[in-house]
Design a protein around this ligand. Sequence first.
Ligand code: PLP
Length: 425
Amino acid sequence: MTKKSARKHLSPRTQAIHGEALSKSWEFSHHLIPPMTASTTFRLGSLTRGAEGFSSFADDTKDKPIWIYDRLEEPTTKMLEDQLAVLEKGESAVTFGSGMGAISSTLMTLMKSGQRVVAHKTLYGCTYSLITNWLPRLGIEHSLIDVNNFKVLEKELSNPQTRVIYFESVSNPILEIADLAKITALVKAANKKRKADDRIYTVVDNTFATPWSLRPIEWGVDFVIQSLTKNISGFGTEMGGAVIAPKSFEGMLRVARKDFGAIIHPYSAWHIMVYGISTQAIRFEQQQATAMKVAQFLEKHPKVESVTYPGLKSHPQYKLARKYLISPENKFCPGTMISFNVKGNMKRCQKFVDDIAQNSYSITLAVSLGLTKTLIEVPGFMTHSAIPEDKRGESKIDPRAIRLSIGLENAKDIISDIEDALKRI
Ligand SMILES: Cc1ncc(COP(=O)(O)O)c(C=O)c1O
């Protein structure tokens, strides 16, 4: 049954279409598309088999999984996980009901009271809230630094309480690029001085980049997070999250998911696998080509103060972008996200965004990203509002910064909607 399983030498573009087409999770080999499973519980046949299912739960060395109960494991979800692991070049993947479910369960799996997470200063708002509001209640401290400031990072790594280094490969919303090779080299050096049980782990949220643009595990990162809600599912209909992890942590992550309960619905897993993953590369490349045109247009517009897009030479870390944001087919892959400021004060920014919300056809004022529809938002007042106002400067969140997530519309239509709104402010 594993005859057609993803083969290492194939392009990820091909692997995303076929996946583990005949995986051990799927017993219906005559279907071209895996059937959608929806069974909260499974018939076990004998007490011996039931007991074996429980005792072997989270043991992936077993030949054939024994499905017991949806919250533990189920076939569609497992097939999605197999595909995600292949695409992110990891050993295993565990999915969750949302990106935040994956982030919180991963940190809870890796950390305990008395330990510290060292995180980059600029983070998605809810991740910031998790680290600064919730983890301290459990005795898990944090330090927020610039992970690309290697002197500061080295100092944090020498703290015996430090257990996890957490950051986004391309930060939300300001599109900074983390210098993965340098960061993981420093972590490796620090781990040489520690016992195996005390080692420091790197956890990287790769949502903005997606595996089509960057594979952090290839640069030595231990755990990769994806909010599947975004570009991987791509159509704005499903929520999901995943952690791609070393095999030795897969079981513990599954136990964490079982006990915390942040499971993905198999219906969502099926949609993400069948529609999302198989079209991700082509959607990402098309959206990215449009993002480049939109960023170039914005850069030249007299009413625009600044534009940040990793594909523009003006990006402060353009060299890092060229090093890390590379597709599996070796093409520069600067992504689908743009940040920009219009000239003038907050009132003018608001006038522009409201104008888009009311008059634009191709751009919608809405949070989320990576979808077929182009979305606009103001992170300082929306997705990142969980960061207290007095800390937004530290997190480099400019209240006037506008975030654009480019969709699949014609580039000319998006540009014309922006141009019209700029004329009216
Ligand atoms: C970079 C990043 N990570 C994680 C998340 C959380 O994902 P979800 O909304 O699926 O919980 C988001 C959501 O916007 C995000 O932008």
